[in-house]
Each structure stands twice: as C-alpha cells, then as structure tokens.
Design a protein around this ligand. Structure first.
Ligand code: F6P
Length: 562
C-alpha cells in the first residue's frame, strides 16, 4: 500500500499558490478575450454535458491542477481501487462499488474470488423478486397484490433509494408506490404507515450490518404494526405460525449479514446479500436498491447500472485533461484550499432531483470529513467542504442572495435536463423553458455580475447603488443531460462518487471509512438508561446532559399528567 503524498509539498501546489495569489478573476474579460473559452472548457462524460468555463480557472491553473492530480497519484489510487486493493485501510477492505455495475461478461477478482458472477447472481434474485411483486405473483398473506413497498433503512440504506425513487417517478409502475422509513423518531414509522393497508404492504429491511439501532427498531415496530393490523381485521389468526407466515409474505431484507437477517425472523430465501467491499453510501446500485428495482422494474434498473458503468469507464480511460470527475474534484480542491471555500452548493433544476443534495451530503461529507490521512498522520491542509442545496427555482427565492452577494465564495453546481417529464404550457409559454431560463440566467449573473456603472445606467439612486452591485466571478459548473433517464441518474451518482474519490486522494484520506459517526452512537447507548430513569446512570453524565435529561423528565411527566 502506497503512502499518501502530501499535496502541499508538491511542485504543483507551490505553483497553484503562486497562481492563486496572482490571480485576478475576471470572467467578463476572460470570455471577451477568448471566444472559444466555453467550447474549450466544456466536456462530455457519458450523456453529461459539463461546462466548466464559468470557473475561476485559466490554462495555467488547469495545467497546475492536472499536474497536482498526477503528483498525488490519482491514477495509481484509482487503479488500486478498480483492481480490488484494500484501499479502505482502516477497515482493511477493498472498495469495489464499481464492480456492482460491471457487465455480466466482465471479471474482477477480489480477495481471490471473481466479484462479477456474485453481483449478477444477486441481481437476478432481486430482479426475479421484483418481477413477482410487479406482476402480482407475489401477494400478501391474504392473497392481495402488493401496492406499497416500504424501505426501512438509514444513511446509505435510505438516502440513495429514496433519492433515486423520487428522481425516476415517471418510470414507477402504476399502482405501486414506495415509502421510506429511516428516523428512529417514532413519528416516522407512525406517519408513514398510518394510511397503509397491512394486507398490501411489503417491507424491505435494508441494512448493511443489520445491527443499526434505528433500522432494527423501526423493523420491529413495522412487524408489530403488520401483525396487529392483520389480527385486528381478522385477516390472520393469533399464534406464532400465522405470524411467521405473515412475516414471510410481508418482509424481505437486504444485508451483508444474512445470519442476522435470519435471527430477526426473515427467511434467508427472502434476503438479498451484498459484500463488505460496498460502502453504505456507495450501495444504491447493490441490492440496497431493491425498492427501486421493484418500483421501476429490472429493465430500468439495468439501464440505471449502465449509467454508472459509463462514468466508471470514462474516469478510468480518459486523460485527466478531459476527465470530468477528475477535473471537478480538482476544482473543488482549488476552491477549498486556495480560496478558503467552506461550502459547495448543488442546485438541481429538475424537481425530480429534489433529494439529490441530501444524498450527496452523506456521499461527500461522510467520505471526506476527516482530519487524519490513511496512514494515521494529520492532514496537511483543509478537507471536506459542506455540501448543500435545494432544487431551483426554490433556492433562488431563499438563499441565492448569499451566493450572489455574500462575503464567502460558494462554488455551485447547476444541474438541468433538456427535456421535461411534463412538457406543460402556460398559454403561449413552454414552462420548462421558463424554468431553464432561470438555470441559464443564474450562472451568468454569478459569473458576470453587474457593475456600478450598469446599476447607475438603470437610473438607480446613488445611495443604493452599492447594494445593487453584483461582483460576479462567483464560480459555477453547469451540468446538462438530454433527459432524466435511469442511466442519467446513474451517471450523475457515479460522477459525484468519483469527484469525492479524487478529493480524498489529494487530501490523502481514506474516503471509505466513517469512524466519526461512532462516538455519538456509543454515547447514545450509555445515555439510554439515564433517559429511562436510572438515577445512577444519570449521575454519571456531565452537568449539561444531566440538566437536559432532567428537563425532559419534568416536561414528559407534566405532559403525560395533563
Ligand atoms: O452511521 C453511519 C452508517 O454506518 C452509514 O455509513 C451507513 O450508511 C448507515 O450507518 C446505515 O448502516 P447500515 O446499512 O449498516 O444499517
């Protein structure tokens, strides 16, 4: 295993420091001076058309960024990942989400076994199950066909499936819907089941480890809801046998821990496996996507996987100078490390992508929110920006003010598709065109701004000219695709997976572990008895926690008494 290269000690870093100090960003002038700027800085990857020209880069910066990528060994780390080396060193695991989307005739040996036949074996099992549910062959315990699939999972076992299900609504089979329960707040399970019919509801318990407190608690609550509902309507008899029959028809599971699935009471025949070389946040294209495969169907799911594979091929085979995920990852480094950008906005101009920013939060921040490198030494520069966003144009009327005129740089990715799912007209107007006009206008406004002279020329009173000036030179990337197909959604996910990887390599971190989420989980277990009224456990907590729990006890009792 190679050692991380300290990026700050490379010649490219020194060059980038020099360039950033001397750089006077002027996108107006840069576009005026070079009529081919847009063309030169627009790249394609699969069906994605990616315009980087409104970023704060010139030829020298781009060359130095590419050089940095070479000096820190992005190609070597990428090849190590693609060949199944254990690049997730703190968990001693291979990182092979790319194997999940390899075609059937490919081969990728990991830890002595070819992963590809294993992947396709599970996929076929998922597809066979999906077809049975979709055709009505798989029924609930009373013989009624399934109408609602409820995925119970959290983190990577929730965010990917819910995001993709929302993104691919036009592909969802009529008469089938999916819901997603994730939060251990009892409100979540109660609200998501309150109008469902147990006879037509199927639960998919999705958990890589099958130990996650939230998921197992929600799965037990769902099981009780199912059995109570079926018993109270007389659909099933009392007793253990009837309960097991009902669970067998209304519960399936997805996990790497099939023994734990069986212990929960779900027949391993109704369980779909995956492997420890698939990270939770990289798993929507594994059996974790079963709720998606059921609702959009195997053919569309296959198309979804082919989209990932197209970008994997692009990242593997394209020179860095045209390699979109590599360039976008390096650009993020440019802004974080040389312009002190703390956050990065992702702004989909596609309502169906409304959960994409939330999905990216886990992908990017659980991956790159680290302070040590993969050899245990401290990082040598800032890492892990905050990713956030909302669909346009909602964001425009909420937080774009800060992006346009705030004091911090906020690099932003704008995403749009040429063809809408619903081509509606408002009188003479094509509403998708009104929508896209905003997409095009916002990046232009951010790039080119509005000078004081332009503001004055509009007749603005001198006193308010400063408030109406836009500095411009606020960097954006525009990503377009013809239409939001399953393949395009797969391509977008893979694009950001590889961007995240590239940033992690530059910073020398293990982008595939997530130790930072463990301490809170441990403390929650320690605090639970105190919350439940154990005075000794309460006395062991710190002063703030004691007083918060005491407040909780007082108010909870007061509420219950009233
Ligand atoms: O707490 C973080 C995490 O481990 C994520 O990385 C993961 O996606 C999530 O919990 C859910 O884990 P599991 O699929 O094992 O239930």
């Amino acid at each position: 295993m190679s050692q991380p290269v300290d990026p700050t000690k490379t010649a490219a870093w020194a060059r980038l420091e020099e360039l950033s100090t001397g750089l006077q960003p002027d996108l107006r002038a840069w576009f005026a001076e070079d009529s081919s700027r847009a063309e030169k800085l627009t790249f394609t990857a699969g069906d994605l058309y990616v315009d980087l020209s409104k970023n704060l880069i010139n030829d020298d910066v781009l060359d130095a960024l590419v050089e940095l990528g070479k000096e820190v060994g992005i190609a070597e780390r990428r090849d190590a990942m693609f060949s199944g080396e254990h690049i997730n060193v703190t968990e001693d695991r291979a990182v092979l989400h790319i194997a999940l989307r390899l075609p059937k005739d490919a081969s990728l040996v990991v830890d002595g076994a070819d992963a590809v036949p294993l992947v396709h074996e599970v996929l076929e099992k998922v597809y066979a199950f999906a077809n049975k549910v979709r055709s009505g062959e798989w029924t609930g315990v009373t013989g009624k066909r399934i109408e609602t699939v409820v995925n119970i999972g959290i983190g990577g076992s929730d965010l990917g499936p819910v995001m993709v299900y929302e993104a691919l609504q036009p592909y969802v089979q009529k008469g089938l819907t999916a819901r997603f329960i994730s939060n251990i707040d009892p409100t979540d399970v109660a609200e998501k089941t309150k109008d469902l019919n147990p006879e037509t509801t199927l639960f998919i318990v999705a958990s890589k480890t099958f130990t996650t407190l939230e998921t197992l608690t929600n799965a037990r609550l769902a099981r009780s809801w199912l059995l109570d509902g079926l018993r109270s309507s007389g659909a099933i008899a009392d007793g253990d046998d009837a309960a097991s029959d009902a669970v067998a028809k209304h519960f399936v599971a997805v996990s790497t821990a099939l023994d734990k699935v069986a212990a929960f009471g779900i027949d391993p025949e109704n369980a779909f496996g995956f492997w420890d070389w698939v990270g939770g946040r990289y798993s929507v294209d594994s059996a974790i996507g079963t709720s998606v495969a059921v609702t959009i169907g195997p053919e569309n799911f296959t198309d979804f996987l082919s989209g990932f594979h197209a970008i994997d091929t692009h990242v593997k085979d394209t020179p860095f100078e045209r390699n979109v995920p590599v360039l976008m990852g390096l650009l993020n480094v440019w802004y974080v490390n040389f312009f002190d950008a703390h956050t990065h906005a992702v702004l989909p101009y596609a309502q169906f992508l409304h959960r994409f920013p939330a999905y990216l939060q886990q992908l990017t921040m659980e991956s790159n929110g680290k302070s040590v490198r993969y050899d245990g030494s401290p990082v040598t520069t800032d890492t892990g920006e905050v990713f956030w966003g909302e669909p346009g144009t909602n964001g425009q009327h909420a937080f774009y003010q800060l992006i346009h005129q705030g004091t911090r740089m906020i690099p932003a990715d704008f995403i749009a598709v040429a063809n809408p799912a619903h081509p509606l007209r408002d009188g003479e107007s094509d509403v998708h065109e009104l929508f896209l006009a905003n997409f095009f206008a916002q990046t232009a406004a951010l790039a080119f701004g509005k000078t004081p002279e332009e503001v004055r020329a509009e007749g603005t009173a001198e006193a308010i000219v400063p408030a109406r000036v836009f500095t411009g030179n606020r960097p954006t990337t525009s990503i377009m695709a013809p239409v939001l197909t399953p393949s395009v959604v797969g391509q977008l996910i893979a694009l950001y997976e590889h961007i995240t990887f590239v940033q992690g390599v530059v910073w020398g971190i293990d982008s595939f572990d997530q130790w930072g989420v463990e301490l809170g989980k441990q403390l929650a277990l320690q605090v639970t008895p105190a919350v439940g009224g154990d005075q000794e456990a309460l006395s062991k907590q710190d002063g703030s926690t004691q007083s918060l729990i005491t407040y909780y006890h007082q108010k909870r009792e007061a509420d219950q008494a009233s």
